[in-house]
Design a binder for this molecule. Sequence first.
Ligand code: FE2
Length: 135
Amino acid sequence: MAFINWSDSLSVGVKLFDDDHKELVSIANRLHDSITVGSQQAVLAPILNELVKYTIFHFGHEEGMMLQYAYPAYEKHKKEHDALIAKVQDFSDQVKSGKTSISLSLIAFLKEWLVNHIMASDKEYVDFFSKKGIK
Ligand SMILES: [Fe+2]
């Protein structure tokens, strides 16, 4: 069973964001699997790189749409995104510098982020974008 399973309960009603979230879940699952089989830096670093890049790419999608439609909670949401990028970048830097003891905290962070951010903060924009007719 995958570390995080995508289900409709994670859907935010906007196809682009759901597709991005699915890709993020897939990268997180790969990272989790690599950690659990004891992979080291050479394997983990490229996956973390991919996670950092895709995270920035995806947050750009959400923020762009929020700005375009003047989403009222944009600033608050953007702050959360910036904090998540900083955190995932920090994990990436730590792995690159050879720290392997971060594995468990990284796994906890991934779940906390992907599930809680989507289920709490992202869910807050569902009604907003739905009323704007965005699918
Ligand atoms: Fe978000």
